[in-house]
Design a protein around this ligand. Structure first.
Ligand SMILES: [Fe+2]
Length: 286
């Protein structure tokens, strides 16, 4: 039987701005999702950004529901919807659902807030611990105005993500958080976000990729019906911070590794074909 996110978790979330739930999603469900997206987690050319793309040194599948109906069904599980609706006391909208696979080790992401008031879930598909990049959330900091309040961060308790596959971190976008140094690559997550449904949250935010919206000018955003109030750029704080950090391996290095692998594969196939032909010539014909 599936574990459920409940009222106790909601109380913790309200107080702390985050809650970590071990094994919230069943291992069997996760295996099905990974099987469904297996075909897509390769760098074949993405059409209209549908397919695997690079983002902040991760392999990224945006709009995961296109690739995995099982992912969508667990994200829209009753207990999950009820949790978020009870928090907002309002109707809600799923504004993001994506799969991320970390391709390279990464340096620590410093403490920051993503701002806003959305509720995100991060399902750790292959578990989480410090060396794979754990997220630490500073309890209660979601209630602060980070632009005006000076704080001593050491005074705050920390909620740490640490658990087996299916474990899930739920966090408020305004909570202060950081990601530990990732010594080992390979972390796989599903990251989905809900927002309170209001006239300021437009459906087109869910129809276009977040990265492509961020690159638009204010004039272009207005043409799509996205108001200045939406402040798209703040929503991309995490991606932008990722891009600015010095990385142990550059994106071009990752790309060149993939290109090299493709080249080795071609050379191998070329010689294999030649050897086969040569053996066919040598072998007596029937
Ligand atoms: Fe962040």
């Amino acid at each position: 039987m599936n574990k459920k996110i409940n009222k106790d978790h909601l109380e913790t979330f309200k107080n702390n701005g985050s809650v970590f739930v071990k094994s919230l999603f069943a291992k069997e469900d996760i295996e099905i999702i990974l099987e469904e997206i297996k075909l897509w987690t390769k760098f074949s050319p993405a059409i209209n950004r549908n397919g695997a793309i690079f983002s902040a040194h991760d392999l990224l599948l945006q709009n995961l529901s296109i690739f995995s109906k099982s992912a969508l069904s667990i994200v829209l599980r009753n207990d999950v919807i009820n949790f978020v609706k009870s928090y907002y006391k309002s109707d809600i909208i799923l504004s993001k659902i994506e799969y991320r696979e970390q391709l390279v080790p990464k340096v620590e992401m410093p403490i920051h807030s993503d701002f806003g008031s959305s509720v995100s879930f991060m399902i750790y598909l292959n578990g989480v611990e410090d060396k794979f990049g754990s997220t630490y959330c500073y309890d209660g900091t979601h209630k602060l105005n980070h632009e005006k309040t000076k704080i001593n961060i050491s005074e705050f308790e920390i909620t740490k993500a640490n658990g087996e596959e299916g474990s899930t971190l739920v966090f408020h976008s305004n909570v202060l958080h950081k990601r530990t140094t990732t010594h080992l690559k390979g972390r796989k997550i599903i990251w989905f976000t809900f927002q309170k449904l209001s006239k300021n949250v437009r459906i087109n935010k869910t129809l276009f990729s977040r990265e492509s919206l961020a690159n638009l000018t204010k004039k272009q955003q207005l043409i799509l019906g996205i108001s200045k109030k939406d402040n798209i750029s703040e929503e991309f704080a995490e991606d932008l911070i990722c891009d600015q950090l010095p990385n142990e391996e550059s994106l071009s290095f990752v790309e060149s590794k993939i290109l090299l692998n493709a080249l080795y594969k071609r050379i191998f196939i070329y010689f294999k074909t030649k050897v086969r032909r040569f053996l066919n010539i040598l072998s007596p014909k029937l």
